[in-house]
Design a protein around this ligand. Structure first.
Ligand code: ADP
Ligand code: 5GP
Length: 223
């Protein structure tokens, strides 16, 4: 058996990291590609486990030395997949999961067309908003930025091989696991998922409009 390169993308808060980590824990034949980033660590994150935390200079130096399979800027920070990280797993005939955003995913697919690309979506806009705010890892301005970003990211769902709805976590993990094993019909095609994706995007835009109106109102009240 040889390992697949498996791309897992989702709008921020969609659950891709949770799913990827769960698979890594439960399947010995699956490894998680630890990315490099210039974003500061969150409270519970460890260098070399969650990310390799680089300064911008170090990131650029490694990028210029060709160490990244792909890299992208997201919410003001640089993120990239180290070639060494994925080669290590593929050399052991293990599948390797890339928890990456949509621009990086497109680059991987250009270089490695055999990669399997899975897009994870929440069951609704309300669930996504609850998970994004419930994680409490971002300040409120950052949450707004990520909601706007999530709306744009959902636009890319149509470019993926399959779409998995992350409603009940165990079920979503099982579906991703079976897709990796080549099972058919356990996830949605992008066409089947299109109405749900459109509904979520509509919900996110309504939330963003409401947020903007509230801010406007607050500004008027303080004047
Ligand atoms: P992402 O990596 O896509 O940004 P995370 O994996 O960090 O998303 O998940 C965002 C939050 O949602 C986390 O607090 C996680 O525990 C929670 N979460 C993930 N999947 C589910 C689910 N199916 N049901 C409820 N909460 C979930
Ligand atoms: P976070 O800051 O929430 O950990 O991640 C922000 C976004 O960056 C997520 O969409 C995540 O999937 C993405 N990301 C993490 N690592 C990489 C990477 O190596 N390359 C790219 N292109 N995106 C990444």
């Amino acid at each position: 058996m040889s390992g697949h390169l498996v791309i897992l993308s989702a709008p921020s808060g969609g659950g891709k990291t949770t799913i990827a980590r769960r698979l890594e824990r439960t399947r010995g034949d699956v490894g998680f590609s630890v990315s490099a980033t210039t974003r500061p660590p969150r409270e519970n994150e460890r260098d070399g486990v969650d990310y390799y935390f680089f300064t911008r200079d170090e990131f650029r130096r490694r990028r210029d030395a060709g160490e990244f399979l792909e890299w992208a800027e997201y919410a003001g920070h640089l993120y990239g997949t180290l070639r060494a990280e994925i080669d290590r797993y593929l050399a052991q005939d293990r599948h390797v999961l890339l928890d990456i955003e949509v621009q990086g995913a497109a680059q991987v697919r250009r270089h490695r067309p055999e990669a399997l690309a899975i897009f994870v979506v929440p069951p609704s806009a309300a669930a996504l908003l609850e998970r994004l705010t419930g994680r409490q890892t971002e300040a409120s301005g950052e949450v707004v930025r990520r909601v706007a970003q999530a709306d744009r990211e959902l636009e890319a769902a149509g470019e993926y091989d399959v779409v998995v709805v992350n409603d009940e976590l165990d079920r979503a993990v099982r579906a991703v696991s079976r897709v990796i094993d080549g099972a058919q019909g356990v996830a949605l095609t992008p066409t089947e998922a299109a109405p749900l994706v459109a509904e979520i995007r509509h919900g996110l835009r309504t939330w963003l409009d409401q947020h903007e109106q509230d801010r406007q109102q607050q500004r008027e009240d303080t004047e």
